[in-house]
Design a protein around this ligand. Sequence first.
Ligand code: CMX
Length: 133
Amino acid sequence: MKIEHLGIAVKNLEDAEKTFADVLGAASYKREEVESEGVITSFFEVGESKIELLVGTTEESAITKFIEKRGEGIHHIAFAVDDVEEESARLEKLGYKVLGEASKKGADNKQIRFLHPKSTNGVLIELCQEIRE
Ligand code: CMX
């Protein structure tokens, strides 16, 4: 439906929050830890989309590994979808490598699922659906 957010892997959250607040002219509106993913996130609004800064909190965190291997930078693109399970099934059927057995709860009240970057031109794609209570 739209680019929900761009995920950026950073080494130091405070420093990166200052940089992006300077660039965007507005401060981060929230920080949220996603313990199951080993990350702390920090969000900025950019029009109808967001920037999500991500710092790893454990050695096993995908963000820690990403930074070790590739350095800081754009980590993923998240597309807003109406139904994450439906979209995952559609893409799996088309032969894309959809990660995990099912969607899981991510930051910012989203149900999320990833497509492996090796099946999508080297770009990690997150499908994310707003959780409707
Ligand atoms: N973008 C592009 N390529 C990436 C990548 C990324 N973000 N992360 C890893 N890769 C590459 C690696 O460099 C490696 O490439 P080579 O084989 O050429 O060296 C390859 O993918 C495999 O990397 P790996 O470290 O062995 O990782 P896995 O295959 O086990 O898993 C991945 C890779 C991308 C699915 C996983 O590391 C990941 O990032 N999962 C998403 C976790 C995440 O972002 N959680 C935060 C959620 C917060 C929220 O939004 O709610």
